[in-house]
Design a binder for this molecule. Sequence first.
Ligand SMILES: Cc1cc2nc3c(=O)[nH]c(=O)nc-3n(C[C@H](O)[C@H](O)[C@H](O)COP(=O)(O)OP(=O)(O)OC[C@H]3O[C@@H](n4cnc5c(N)ncnc54)[C@H](O)[C@@H]3O)c2cc1C
Length: 418
Amino acid sequence: MQNPTATHAVHTPQRVHILGAGPVGLVMAAMLQSMPGFSIRLYEKRTTYTRARMVMLASYLVADSLSAYAADEVDGDNVAAIFDATELEAGLSARRSVTAKLVALIKDWSQGFCPLNTIEKGISALIEEGGPSPVERIVGNVSVDQALAMVAPDDIMIDCTGCNSLLRNHLVPDQVGEVSAAERNTYTLRLEYAVNVTFLYGAPYQCNEYCKYYKNHGNAQYKFIPAVDRIARDAGVTHVFGIISISAEDFAAMPPTCKGDYLRENFPAVAVSMDRFIEQIDKETGGQVISEIEIVRIPLNLYHARNATNRAWHVKSASGQSDDGAHSFSKASVFLVGDAAIGSPYFQSISLGIECAMFLAGLLQEGIPMSDVRSQYEARIYKQWLRVYMRSKTIKHNKDIFERLDDTFGILEQLKIY
Ligand SMILES: Cc1cc2nc3c(=O)[nH]c(=O)nc-3n(C[C@H](O)[C@H](O)[C@H](O)COP(=O)(O)OP(=O)(O)OC[C@H]3O[C@@H](n4cnc5c(N)ncnc54)[C@H](O)[C@@H]3O)c2cc1C
């Protein structure tokens, strides 16, 4: 089936399987539901949405002009260098087909930090209201074999299963002399190991680069680098998300998660940078920490799928080599969207994933041949990868220098000029 809206809109809706109903799978389902011609199955292994961690949506998600879209200080030049104006315009027009209700929700959530499960529950409720295309929600943990068995030759399968994507490394046929199965279709760059410190603060607070510098005065080894913003639905409460860079040895010695007091007792040198920050904002605002201090130790990885679709299966099948034409992915169309396709630290992933979902929905709505949808999606996602790669490397480089301020030779070690 090549043309969902024109050829099959009336009698045979295009079957779409969306694997994973996290924020990106949900946006994908909501977008396709609002367009006629699809029959959507949304598979999710969790029965309830419990992830209360705060995420920040980028303002470019709700930009309605090219200048607003490229307004980010670190990203603006990259966007202009990577995309041409017609591509950017195509991206903006894809999101004009986003329903007014979904736009309103995203605008609301992008005012500040927002709990992930508020986003998940909000889009789920929108889907429950119904739309021109039906969505059937199926609870269950889909395996690779089940995915291969359920996808019929002309179906569309969209993998939104997150960073440990179910299908990412199954999108390319086996190759002679290949690397490990886990790396077959995944490129990963470890940027750093970090401790993420999060808490709510009971007063409005802003923190620019001067503030970040002065609040680290006296922190010789570990620097607390905060991202500070209001809570989306309560301007009086500030969410603090601090990143402390740690060594591989620290990382190995720490539990995956703990509370602030555990960090103080067991890793006092790391904790002191966090406490110095808290002490100073208490003095400035008269406010106080109003939640538990949550600590997560995490490797900050930047990765992408070298193939974000199953194009390699189609190429192999068309070449007539072996019996790969019998493989389910030789006939259907498979797409990776969200963290399944690209993952990056520094508050970017979720917005990038939502944007890719909007772009794919726009392509599917056009009713062009699926081979064109696959290649246009590949081209787009590769450019998104370049964009996030450049932005992440710039941020990491700036962080490295920031952590050595006042240490001239330390900074020079970080710099390669020619
Ligand atoms: C501590 C922390 C803070 C973060 N803060 C930010 C931030 O401020 N800004 C930002 O942009 N990003 C942030 N992120 C990243 C952000 O949470 C992810 O980018 C986002 O959740 C990705 O959405 P997704 O829908 O692609 O994947 P996920 O959110 O991982 O959702 C995948 C879904 O698929 C389901 N699933 C998985 N496998 C299967 C299967 N086999 N069968 C059925 N269902 C399956 C899962 O249950 C899940 O619901 C943060 C991440 C962490 C860990």
